[in-house]
Design a protein around this ligand. Structure first.
Ligand code: 0A1
Ligand code: ZN
Length: 849
């Protein structure tokens, strides 16, 4: 039986551990069912701590022996760890434990994936490897010996020695246990080298399973670019003789920044033109950068406790976004990030799972690796940078690295360097860390013939546990345009600090058109009822690329919602505006493709809910279909040329230029398919020589109700490629019509290749079902029931991946009473499952409210 009452941990209760670790030596004798782990740890009393309780975390371990200073001891052991009486001064602690990697389906601690041993220790997995103070503020120098009859034996740091059946590693940089890693298996390396700015020669290896060697080159290039970029932009140099990356098929998340030994979900690193889409390439480049950047923001400077997770994650996401903007197009990256923020973070921030960027309590920390901590955490860094300016940001970062290298820090440490560099009081800014919820900013205008006044008001709705939200500081980037599109006033950063505040612009020749919240200068919802003509004007003329896109987006939103709710006809300004953008060859193709997209259906449902209207998923679905059809008709004459002009004749490259063209060609193809019933898509599918084209054409065919032949051909072609087969599973569910989605997903779960214990495969089907908005929310409730069945099944096997999927239900209160009742019944059914994991239990309790 599991614990009946989960415990809640509070930030306010933080206390340092009573002992410091100087050094830890680990010896692993690997065996699939019975791995022996011997630890020898040098402890000494922590002068900064008052509580001297010697408690070591430890779960699912069989304790064989324990010694203090070479003398056997008998600790008191529970399911959570052990306590022992220890000497007053420094002492050496030794244990021998046995663990079962092959039975570890939760993929946390030491586990096996396709015959290979690997680890995942963040956040609290190390306690499943040996007894240890498994908390990020305990940092030690690790030495590791691995005994095992496998060709590749890896751990953190630098190699010390190796021979037949063993390898020894030493990591000179003190680190918390969550950054420990071990990999052992029959792997092959794709190798390269990098010389750092000060001349350190670093061996780079990307380890993969035999057969995957051809999918390593792109990841390796991304790694070298990241290493160079961090030197150039942040002055951060790599600090070991080797940097190893390993690709693993069974992994709960994207990747993990273990010191010197990053472990990646194979979907986040393996790439080839034939098997990966342009979007895959872009994501892989960003994740490689993200994990590499953690070497400084996370590893050299880590978190004092898990409440400070955003300290490393928000900053590292911010840094990887800067990297992508530099490598590709800054405007496109910003738009993509805002689309993602609205799809994943806004629903979280405006629903039952809302929590501050720095939470104040949790039951299961794994449930707080969220879009709020990561993506809003990164937005908050962006706000800070806008408020202090680029120069002060760079100075503050230099001070942060110099002052806190080797430490486990807090948000207070982070803010202090900015306060010191700028002399600015950041207490109001700090509300971005402490207050959950998305602020809503409304706008009022006044024009008196020469002075234009913008009055901005802010208000943040209540969130769980936080009824009142005082005003926060919001940077609102504003530019003013004249009647012919000229900039009357270039972008200015207004600082909204009050609940309501006016900003004057004097001496203007004519009433300007305001472009507000340029570059999406803060993660807020802008409430502004501007006339359609003004948005059409901004869609045609705004000089800020983000806001130009946003003007089209808000036209799209309003027209589709008017169609869904009032049965209105498609808005001509929107159709003409997008038509003009699509044919404007001076615009970047990637940008044009983004312009032609519609807001997600879930996002549209959220907007209706905010406006006090209960969303009807089928009506939204139909309105989106009708609007796309109308756009296809409007663009009918230009589409063939657009498609032909965006053809890439050069050999495939996953760079911004080519992928932008393919994205626009894909947009054209999808629209053409609505007019020709799939003729061109079938031709394109037959001729496709890369995965982007193949998948785009297949999606178009499935949308047109065709593609059965191609689907089975695709299966035959790719049946042995795990990552491509994930696409095959996912695409069928995401393209399924609303009344068929649950049925299609259900049938796929019966497919011989549906290995549900593999998180990628599980998510391919269930994740696609949850994001097929009208399919998931089909009135029958079939999709709710199917997802619930599978969550019940997966929970005992892999609680972490199960718990993350509950976000599918977080928006349930938006919908009508019947749907709410159906969802509540499923949540209650899951909650009633005997021995449900604490992870899932916490998620259901929060969602149910
Ligand atoms: N720190 C990693 C993400 C990560 C977090 C938790 C994990 O297991 C619970 C695994 C990976 C990153 O930000 O990339
Ligand atoms: Zn991270």
């Amino acid at each position: 039986m599991r614990d009946a009452a989960p415990t809640t941990i509070y930030l306010k209760d933080y206390a340092p551990f009573g002992y410091l670790v100087d050094e830890i030596s680990l010896t692993f004798d690997l065996a699939p069912n019975a791995t022996r782990v011997h630890s020898r740890i040098a402890f000494r009393p922590n002068p900064d701590a008052t509580d001297r309780t010697f408690f070591l975390h430890g779960e699912q371990l069989s304790l064989i022996s324990a010694r203090i200073d070479d003398q056997p001891v008998e600790p008191e052991v529970t399911e959570k760890g052990l306590t022992c009486k220890v000497p007053d001064g420094p002492f050496t602690w030794e244990t021998e434990v046995e663990i079962d990697p092959s039975g570890n389906t939760a993929l946390e601690g030491l586990y096996m994936s396709n015959g290979m041993y690997c680890t995942q220790c963040e956040a609290e997995g190390f306690r499943k490897i040996t007894y240890y103070p498994d908390r990020p503020d305990v940092m030690g120098v690790f030495s590791v010996r691995i005994n095992g009859d496998l060709p590749v034996l890896l751990s953190n740091g630098n190699p010390v020695d190796s021979g037949e059946g063993f390898a020894e590693w030493h990591d000179p940089w003190p680190k918390p246990a969550y950054l420990f890693a071990l990999v052992a298996g029959d792997l092959v390396a794709h190798s390269d080298r990098f010389t750092t700015v000060s001349g350190r020669d670093v061996a780079l290896n990307l380890y993969v399973r035999p057969g995957d060697e051809g999918k390593c080159a792109f990841g390796m290039e991304a790694l070298k670019k990241s290493m160079k970029w961090d030197e150039d932009v942040y002055g951060r140099e790599y600090d070991l003789d080797v940097f190893n990356i390993v690709a693993v098929d069974d992994f709960n998340m994207g990747a993990m920044e273990n010191k010197g030994l990053n472990i990646f979900n194979s979907s986040a690193v393996l790439a080839s033109p034939e098997t990966s889409t342009d979007a895959n390439f872009e994501r892989i480049e960003a994740i490689i950068a993200h994990e590499y950047f953690h070497n400084w923001t996370g590893n050299r400077i880590t978190c004092r406790d898990w409440f400070q997770l955003c300290l490393k994650e928000g900053l590292t996401v911010f840094r990887d976004a800067q990297f992508t903007a530099d490598m590709r197009s800054a405007a496109v990256k910003r738009i993509e990030d805002v689309i993602d923020l609205r799809a994943r973070q806004f629903p979280e921030d405006n629903g039952p799972l809302a929590h501050p960027v720095r939470p104040e309590s949790f039951q299961e920390i794994n449930n707080f690796y969220t879009a709020t901590v990561y993506e809003k955490g990164a937005e908050v860094i962006g706000i800070l940078k806008r408020l202090v300016g680029d120069r002060a940001y760079a100075e503050a970062l230099d001070l942060y690295f110099a002052r806190h290298d080797g430490q486990a820090c807090t948000i207070e440490d982070w803010l202090a360097v900015f306060e010191e560099v700028t002399g600015r009081d950041l207490s109001q800014f700090k509300r971005w860390y402490s207050d959950a919820g998305t602020p809503r900013v409304s706008v009022q205008e006044d024009w008196d013939g020469s002075t234009y006044t913008l009055t901005l008001s802010q208000q943040t709705p209540p969130t769980p546990g936080q009824p009142d939200k005082p005003p926060r500081v919001i940077p609102v980037a504003v530019g003013l345009l004249g009647p012919n599109g000229d900039e009357l006033r270039p972008t200015e950063m207004l600082e909204l600090t009050e609940a309501r505040q006016s900003f004057r612009f004097d001496g203007l020749p004519s009433k300007p058109v305001p472009s507000i919240l340029r570059e999406f200068s803060a993660p807020v919802i802008l409430d502004r009822d501007s006339p359609t003509s003004e948005r059409a004007f901004l869609l045609a003329h705004d000089t800020d690329p983000f806001n130009r896109w946003e003007a089209g987006r808000s036209l799209a939103r309003d027209t589709v919602l008017a169609m869904a709710v009032d049965g209105a006809a498609p808005n001509a300004s929107y159709l003409d505006g997008i038509h003009a953008v699509l044919r404007d060859d001076t615009l970047d193709p990637a940008y044009r493709a983004l312009m032609a997209g519609l807001p997600g259906q879930s996002e549209l449902a959220g907007t209706l809910h905010e406006r006090g209207i209960t969303p009807d998923p089928m009506a939204i679905y139909q309105a989106c279909e009708d609007l796309r059809q109308a756009l296809a008709e409007t663009c009918r004459d230009m589409l063939p040329r657009l498609h032909a002009d965006t053809r890439v004749d050069a050999p495939y490259a996953p760079d911004a230029e080519q992928s932008g063209k393919r994205a626009l060609a894909g947009t054209a193809l999808a629209l053409i398919t609505r007019l020709d019933g799939g003729e061109l898509a079938a031709e394109e599918y037959a001729a496709a020589d890369n995965m982007t084209l193949q998948l785009t054409a297949l999606a178009a065919l499935l949308h047109a109700g065709k593609g059965e032949t191609q689907l089975s051909q695709f299966h035959d072609q790719w049946r042995d490629d795990r990552l491509v087969m994930d696409k095959w599973f996912g695409l069928q569910v995401s393209m399924a019509k609303p009344d068929r989605a649950a049925q299609v997903a259900q049938a796929l779960t019966q497919h011989a290749d549906f290995n549900w214990k593999n998180p990628n495969r599980f998510r391919a089907v269930m994740g696609a079902l949850a994001t097929n908005h009208a399919g998931f929310h089909h009135a029958s409730g079939a999709a709710y029931a199917l997802l619930a069945d599978w969550l019940i099944r997966l929970d005992p096997v892999n609680p972490q991946t199960t718990a993350r999927m509950f976000t599918a239900f977080q928006t349930w209160r938006r919908y009508d009473a019947d749907r709410q009742a159906l969802i509540a019944a499923q949540l209650d059914r899951i909650a009633a499952t005997p021995d449900l994991s604490p992870d899932s239990t916490e998620m259901i309790a929060r969602i149910r409210g």
